[in-house]
Ligand binder design. Structure first.
Ligand code: NDP
Ligand code: HSE
Length: 432
């Protein structure tokens, strides 16, 4: 074993960074044995230097992250600050100064992954980011390496722990949205600003990363269709239950049937209770991968939280340190297919639509005509008269698969009918 240690600098020592430092210290001997050299924590950059950081020598703490990455003797930078800047500049500066990078920063990778890969390659360094998608679950490496010889057609999963926690609480305990969000934040799942979680930006960033790796093409955050889950209501869950479904925030990346394009999207969807994703509870994540030769694979585990995320960071750290010792590099960007990313309108899906309609003759026929005019075939219709004495009924229509543009066009046309008093809920149906 080499006795001279590999030097690691930690940028950020919050929920994830503090766990990375703890594991590096407590498992130092095992890590050294697995890598073939000891690993030394050489510096820790934070914003608030006076905060007590258990287990970290005070002399390692600095607020000058730039000076730390420019030191020149650092072998690996672990970036767990988050956000686009200063993380982007710090990572590129690290490459320029001879350090490889392990990052958990999905927001940055989804926006600037290509430029970061290019900078890593230019300077002969590694860029690893297992923790950026689905926390502890080994997913990036299986897609990048284990399935590199196969053809992936679809990746569908629950990749945000906070929203899964909230939806699960709403479904199973009837908790309100705010109450469930507060609990998710207290448990360290939610980002500092939960907007990124609940509005689907976090899942969309992960979808962009997954689609890029799975389809060997460039997919950026802006290419991902995104709807959050803040408008999912107790009534939606009641409708889902009547259909034998629950509601999950799904990230879905697909190769088009003709293979000539891809799509990536994030939105709430009803899935049947019999589907394995329906039983993914609390802050757990799970991702289905459908590959031509391998068939269906499912990856499941904790998708957020300090220790689980640190596990993924440490796995990358070991891999990058081994590469350093071998003077080799891990895989870089693979974007050779250059497939275009199609818009949401071209995605083929199913809708569950709940309408409040006038309870009188001919209404059902009128509604059915609108579907037919848009080329959307109806699978089931359920009508229930209401007891409130206003001559209204609830009409629940579930469609067959159709392009999303045709489905949303149908809903717009339904809204214009005099006999349709309101559209109570629209939800896509997946996983059948
Ligand atoms: P935190 O907010 O808990 O920690 C951020 C850390 O960065 C803090 O230590 C903070 O310092 C430090 N920091 C912020 N700005 C600067 C700066 N300009 N210079 C130096 N240090 C700075 O975030 P998390 O640990 O939760 O997340 C870190 C990364 O991991 C993010 O990219 C996130 O998306 C990702 N991630 C997080 C998961 C989770 O469950 N939390 C799961 C998967 C990925 P100080 O301590 O002084 O405030
Ligand atoms: N806020 C994210 C989540 C952290 O809830 O999944 C993991 O990326």
């Amino acid at each position: 074993m080499r006795t001279r240690p590999l030097k690691v600098a930690l940028l950020g020592c919050g929920v994830v960074g503090s766990e990375v430092a703890r594991i590096m210290t407590t498992h130092a001997d095992d890590l050294a044995a697995r890598i073939g050299a000891p690993v030394e924590l050489a510096g820790v950059a934070v914003r608030r230097p006076d905060k007590v950081r258990e287990g970290i020598a005070p002399e390692l703490i600095t607020t000058d992250a730039t000076a730390l990455v420019k030191r020149g003797d650092i072998d690996v930078i672990v970036e767990v600050i988050g956000g686009v800047e200063p993380a982007r500049t710090l990572i590129t500066t690290a490459f320029e100064h001879g350090a490889s990078v392990v990052s958990a920063n999905k927001a940055l990778l989804a926006q600037d992954g290509a430029a970061l890969y290019a900078a890593a390659e230019e300077h002969g360094q590694d860029l690893y980011y297992e923790a950026a998608v689905a926390g502890a679950i080994p997913l990036v490496r299986p897609l990048r390496e284990s399935l590199a010889g196969d053809k992936i057609n679809r990746v569908m999963g629950i990749v945000n722990g906070t929203t899964n926690f909230i939806l699960d609480k709403m479904d199973t305990s009837g908790a309100g949205y705010s109450e469930a969000l507060d609990e998710a934040t207290a448990l360290g799942y939610a980002e500092a600003d939960p907007t990124a979680d609940v509005e689907g930006f976090d899942a969309a960033a992960k979808a962009a990363i997954l689609a890029g790796i799975a389809f060997h093409t460039r997919v950026r955050l802006d290419d991902v269709y995104r709807e959050g889950m803040t408008e999912v209501t107790a009534a939606d869950f009641a409708s889902a239950k009547q259909m034998g479904c629950t509601i999950k925030l799904l990230a879905i990346c697909e190769r088009a049937a003709d293979g000539g394009s891809v799509t990536a999207r994030v939105h709430p969807a009803m899935i049947p209770l019999s589907h394995p994703l329906a039983s993914v509870r609390e802050a757990y994540n799970a991702v289905f991968v459908e590959a031509e030769a391998a068939g269906q694979l499912m990856f499941y585990g904790p998708g957020a939280g300090g220790a689980p995320t640190a596990s993924a960071v440490l796995g990358d750290l070991v891999a990058v340190c081994r590469n350093k010792l071998n003077e080799a590099n891990g895989p870089g960007e693979s974007a050779y297919t250059q497939l275009p990313v199609s818009s949401m309108g071209e995605v083929v899906t199913r809708y569950h639509i709940s309408l409040d309609v006038a309870d009188k003759p001919g209404v059902l026929a009128q509604v059915a005509t609108v579907f037919a005019e848009h080329g959307v075939s109806i699978d089931t219709v359920r009508q229930q008269g209401r007891q409130d004495g206003f001559g209204e009924a609830s009409l629940v229509v579930v469609t067959h698969r159709a392009p999303d543009a045709a489905l949303s066009g149908t809903v717009e046309a339904l809204r214009k009918l005099d006999t349709v008093r309101g559209v109570a809920s629209i939800m896509r149906v997946e996983g059948e």
